[in-house]
Design a protein around this ligand. Structure first.
Ligand code: NAD
Ligand code: IPM
Ligand code: MN
Length: 352
């Protein structure tokens, strides 16, 4: 029996609805399979916790999390109560940084039974490898308050180590897929970091001569997501470009509510963290209609990470059967609730 200890952080808003739904599915997978067991430990760290304690997690929060095999997170953010930069840097980004989750993988593909808003989606199947530890997300910079001349400066940090690591990950991933990597750049407009990014890409690609590669400026690349997403296999992008592209990836699938993600620690020193692309969606929280597919597909990525790819594959097949049969939340054109979708996935998994 393989046992996985999972730290569960539902977080804020719909995180509190889709996480329990996805845990039911994971538990069902474990029950049906028989060879794996999950031990869940839930942590109530979110914006409510912040209001009570003045911090997003206890001072030893990271020490507590370190002992787990994986972290399963919903979403963080309740901007009406706590400014986003406080809540996100106090928990989500802190965990990504401190646990060296340097790669964020975010797939997007046509799903059975989910209509893409694209006129001609043509079965696209792509994956964005987002550099997850540096780039535009930096604490370096500052603000100068000078009345009308007030300024804010944000420094982006690109290290050869960080950029190369993301690119090598993308090339290795492409070997297992269709053998193509696209670099998201902007060397025509960003003076220092992106020409450097291109240079590293050109160096790295020499080690992968069997892999085809291309470099697109991010603005054009974003447009191609809409007009010709099928030309992409693996895309490697900086932290911010990857962030924006992957909400777009969710949108062209049919809803950002179905887009999954995994924050990967590569050196094995710390747990990886699994959280969907979407946020806490305050506009629909409490209605029971949040799409649980992003969180469930994220759970599938956690299974893949643990080497249980076969189970993960089955989960995704069942998800697609459920959507193909029209059991869907309103964001993808159905009228089912979060619970109804999850229950149906569980029912079909049990019937396998
Ligand atoms: P969002 O992703 O929460 O919502 C954007 C839109 O997508 C909303 O209309 C929402 O209703 C819809 N949506 C999102 N997930 C859905 C789902 N599962 N089912 C159906 N519809 C869904 O983005 P936002 O509004 O920019 O951010 C809200 C809060 O979440 C902010 O505090 C933000 O910082 C935070 N956020 C957190 C994470 C994270 O913790 N990983 C990610 C993104 C945003
Ligand atoms: C995401 C989110 C986060 C990010 C925010 C909430 C800090 O948008 O995971 O995509 O930008 O990384
Ligand atoms: Mn995002």
């Amino acid at each position: 029996m393989k046992k996985f200890e999972i730290a569960v952080i539902p977080g804020d808003g719909i995180g509190k609805e889709v996480v329990p739904a996805a845990l039911d599915v994971l538990q069902t997978v474990a029950d049906v399979h028989g060879g794996i067991q999950f031990d869940w430990t839930e942590f109530p760290w979110n914006c409510d916790y912040y209001l009570e304690h003045g911090k997003m997690m206890p001072d030893n929060g990271l020490e507590i999390l370190q002992g787990f095999d994986g972290i399963f997170l919903g979403a963080i953010g309740n901007p009406q109560l706590v400014p986003d930069h406080v809540s996100l840097w106090g928990l989500l980004i802190k965990i990504r940084r401190e646990f060296e989750q340097v790669i964020n993988i975010r797939p997007a593909k046509c799903m059975k039974g989910i209509r893409s808003p694209l006129v001609n989606p043509n079965d696209f199947d792509l994956i964005v490898v987002r550099e997850n530890s540096e780039g535009e997300y930096s604490e370096i910079g500052g603000r100068i308050h000078r009345g009308e001349d007030e300024i804010a400066v944000q420094n982006a940090i690109f290290t050869r180590k960080g950029v190369e690591r993301a690119m090598r990950y993308a090339f290795e991933l492409a070997k297992k897929r269709r053998g193509h990597v696209t670099s998201a750049t902007k060397s025509n407009g960003i003076f220092h970091s992106m020409p450097f990014w291109d240079e590293v890409f050109n160096d790295v690609k020499k080690d992968y001569r069997e892999i085809e590669s291309a470099a697109f400026h991010i603005d054009a690349l974003a447009a191609f997501f809409v007009t010709r997403p099928q030309i992409f296999d693996v895309i490697v992008a900086s932290n911010l470009f990857g962030d924006i592209l992957t909400d777009l990836g969710g949108a062209i699938m049919g809803s950002i509510g179905i887009a999954p993600a995994a924050n990967i620690n590569l050196n094995g020193k710390y747990p990886s963290m699994f959280e969907p692309v979407h946020g806490s969606a305050p506009d629909i929280y409490g209605k029971g209609i949040a799409n649980p597919i992003g969180q469930i597909w994220t759970a599938k990525m956690m299974l893949d990470h643990f080497g249980e790819d076969e189970l993960g594959k089955k989960m995704l097949e069942v998800l697609e059967e459920v959507t193909a049969d029209g059991i869907k939340t309103p964001d993808i054109g159905g009228n089912a609730s979060t619970r109804e979708v999850a229950n149906e996935v569980c029912r079909r998994l049990k019937a396998l």
